[in-house]
Design a protein around this ligand. Structure first.
Ligand code: ZN
Length: 321
């Protein structure tokens, strides 16, 4: 009809309607309720660009960010008996496993990786919360043991990043048995004189908190992460008392001595590299500056330290009498 309808309108349509537009371009922050553009959110590693709220981050993304240039090898984890109790609630456990495997592309809730961090070989065991709430069953327990043994084999630090609702109830007692097993895995790393660092992320609860997650030589946590054993509502109903503000949050645990430091997600890689350097370098802190001229001989022919000691003794004597 006119230049406007024939030429301009199709051009604008072509600009606005692209085929590859995903459905959810914007995501709402659960804390400040602001809308964030999905690319912006991804670039910020799921940290709200308005209020700094830390949303959950998938395990693979986390590994990509932690290792140098995003390069790492995944460690093959031992296979375990699937659904040993033939458990069924609303769904079969076997079906739940299949669904989670299809949704995440992982065999179970734990991914173990080895790669360089700041040039140093490091083993990282990261939980994927999307896989049945990151729950710890036999596969996760065995995975952590494999991670610990790999760290010992490579003489590398072990970093665990839990994001878990606790033990996997569909495996009953077998999932509870993973608690002592993971504690023993941590012991193997400790006996080899290697660091074990934990980065507590939202949420770290139940049997995971009650085992390896609280045994880090150093415990870091992400801001606002829920860290606890039983849920706050259960505790409140049991003790019939109002819980303090910020209860079971990373900052509360830091203030009460359960967590060493709360670190922003964007700084965690640098912090881990620094800690590994300090803990792995036996010379760190041994570069002691000599006291005065202790090495040189004085006129008396004695080293300065010996002379100083003698002086101390002489000064002490009258006071002792
Ligand atoms: Zn926000």
């Amino acid at each position: 009809m006119s230049w406007l309808t024939n030429y301009v309108r199709p051009k604008i349509r072509a600009l606005v309607q692209r085929d590859d537009v995903p459905d959810n371009l914007w995501q709402q922050c659960p804390a400040c309720e602001q809308m964030i553009f999905h690319r912006e959110l991804e670039a910020a590693l799921n940290v709200c660009t308005h209020c700094g709220h830390h949303m959950r981050l998938p395990a693979l993304k986390r590994l990509e960010v932690l290792f140098d240039d995003g390069n790492y090898d995944r460690i093959e984890l031992p296979k375990v008996t699937a659904d040993p109790l033939r458990f069924r609630d609303r769904k079969r456990y076997g079906d739940r496993l299949k669904e989670s495997r299809a949704a995440t592309g992982n065999d179970d809730a734990l991914i173990v990786a080895f790669g360089k961090m700041g040039g140093r070989g490091t083993v990282v065991a990261a939980f994927d919360f999307r896989f049945m709430g990151g729950s710890m069953g036999m596969a996760v327990g065995r995975g952590l043991i494999a991670a610990a043994r790999h760290a010992v084999l490579k003489n590398a630090p072990l970093i665990a990043i839990p994001a878990s609702g606790g033990a996997r109830m569909q495996e009953g007692i077998l999932s509870l048995m993973q608690m002592p097993r993971t504690v023993l895995a941590v012991d193997e790393v400790r006996e080899a004189g290697l660091p074990f660092i934990v980065v507590l992320t939202d949420p770290t609860t139940g049997g995971v908190t009650a085992s390896f997650a609280m045994l880090g030589d150093i415990a870091l946590a992400e801001p606002g992460a829920v860290i606890g054993f039983a849920g706050a509502r259960v505790i409140q109903e049991t003790i019939r008392e109002k819980l303090p503000q910020g209860f079971q949050r990373a900052e509360y645990l830091r203030d009460h001595g359960m967590v060493d430091r709360v670190v922003h997600r964007h700084q965690i890689r640098d912090e881990l590299i620094r800690l590994n350097d300090l803990l792995m370098n036996p010379r760190a802190g041994k570069n002691v500056v000599p006291l005065g001229e202790s090495g040189k001989r004085r006129k008396s022919g004695k080293p300065a330290v010996a002379e100083a000691d003698e002086q101390d003794r002489n000064e002490e004597r009258p006071a002792a009498e």
